[in-house]
Design a binder for this molecule. Sequence first.
Ligand code: XMP
Length: 529
Amino acid sequence: MLQPKNNQLVLVLDFGAQYGQLIARRVRDLHVYSEIVPCDTPASELAAMAPSAIILSGGPASVYASDAPTVDVGVFDLGVPVLGFCYGQQIMAALLGGKVGHVDKGEYGPATLVRDGASMLLADTPAEQTVWMSHRDAVVRVPEGFQVTAHTETCPVAAMECPRRRLYATQFHPEVRHTAYGNKMLQTFLFGICGLEPTWSMEGVVDALVSSIRAQVGERRVILALSGGVDSSVVAALVHRAVGNQLTCVFVNHGMLRKGEPELVEQVFRQQFDVPLVHVHAEERYASILAGVTDPEEKRRRIGTEFWKVFFEEAAKLDGVELLAQGTIYPDIIESGVRKTGGKASTIKSHHNLIPFPDGVQFDLIEPLDHFFKDEVRELGLVLGLPEAMVYRQPFPGPGLAIRIIGEVTPRKLAILKEADAIVREELDAYNARLFEQTGERNSEHSCWQYFAVLPDIRSVGVMGDERTYARPIVVRAVESTDAMTADWAKLPYEVLGAISSRIVSEVAGVNRVAYDVTPKPPATIEWE
Ligand code: XMP
C-alpha cells in the first residue's frame, strides 16, 4: 500500500513472532520500505508483490510440530534474497533438507557469537560479538550448499548462508537492540547483498497514504472523533489532506481536558488546516453525569459511554456520512490481543467492534495508521505540519482529569487541578527541553515521560500571612518510562521541585501544600485512579 515509487519492498513473513513488526520497523528505519505479511502467503502471491527481499521472522513454534506454521518452499526459488531469523532459520533449514533438533537447554538472552570463516552477512562485524538469543530448538545440520558462518557456546549453527542462492539466516535476533551489530547486518543485507538504496521517507509515506485514502473514500463523506491526542490529530490531518472538506471532525469537549487543550485543537484544525470542525460543548452534560460519583471505574464507564452517545448524536446531524476515520495504531492492535499478526490484520475485524455503534448505525472504517508505531506516527504528524506541542503531547487518559481528582469531580476541584497541572507541565516541559538540549534525546535518562498534578480528596492545615488555612494539597506525579508498563518516579532536581511547589501555592487559590509521589510502578500505577 505504501510502496515507494522505486518499488523497493522488503516483505517480512510473520511466523507469529514477538518481534515481527519490529523487523519491518528496523528496515524502515534504514529508509527501505517494509511490510509484514502472513507466513502462509503462497509464493505466487509473494512474487506478484515483486519484493526486493524477504525476511522470515522468528516464532514460538517448533518446526516439526503438527500445527507448526510453515512457508511455501517456492519462496526460496523466487530469485529474491531471503534472510531468516530464529524460527526463520529453522524453517529454512528444515524445508531445504537440513535438520533441526530440540536442545535440552534453551538459550535466552545475550550470548557471545563467534564467527566461522567467511560470511557475506556478517562481513564488517567482529570475530566475536554479543547477540540476543531466544530459542529452544536449533539447526543441527545445514542443508546442502549452505555453510555455517558462526556459532555460540551452546548453538553450533548460530548463522548459516548459501550465497549462491542468496539465502542467509541467523539463530539470533539481529532486530533486537541487544544484538550489538544487528543493525550493521541488516544494512549489509539490504544495501550490500540486495543492492537496495535508502530512499524511502516519511514524505513518501504521506503521499502514498493520501492516495490510498482518496481511493477508499471516493466521493463519500468521512467523520472523525478528534480528541486532541497525537493519533486522532494525525489521522485528521491526513484525511483532510486526502479529501478536504469531505471530512468533518467532531471534538467532544467533556470539560476534563488540560488547560489550553481545547484552544489548541481549535487553533490547529479550524485555523491552520481549515477543517470543518464541530466543537461540542458537553461540559455541563458531563458535570451532571459525574455528580456524586466517587468510584474510579464508574467514572471511567460513564465518561466512555457518554462520549460515544454525544459523538453519534452529532454524527446523526450530518447527512450521508458513510466512513469513520480512526487513529488506531499498531500497538493498539497488539494490546487488543485480537489481531496477532500484522499480515493477517487486514482480514480480521478486531477491537473496532468495541465501538458501541447505536442500533442500525454502521460505518466503514479508515485506519491509515494501523501499521505504525507511536514514534512513526509522530514523524508523520511533523511532516503534515502539526505543531510540536500536539505531536509530542504526553500520554493523557481518555477520562482526562476526572481520574486525577480523587473522589467526586466538581467544577471547583476541576478549576484547581487545571491551574496546578498547567504549572507542573510548564516547569517540567522546560526541564525536559533543557535535557533535550544537552543530550539530543527526547526520552533521555531522567527526563520525564509523563507528568501531571493530582488532587486528593483531603485538606490540611497551613498558614498564610497571619491566617490559618485549611486547604487542599496537590500531589505532583512525574515518571520515567518508555511504555507505561513499568515506570519509576523521576529523579527531579530539588530546585525544579521547589519551583513547582512555590508556584502552585502562590498562584493557585485553594492550595496550601505540595507533595511529590516517589513510588515506582509497580507497586503503584502511574495514575492515582
Ligand atoms: P497506569 O495508571 O495504569 O497507566 O499505570 C498507564 C498508562 O495508561 C494511561 N491510562 C489511561 N489511558 N484511559 C486511557 O486512555 C484510561 O482510563 C487510562 N488509565 C490510565 C496512563 O495515563 C498511563 O500513561
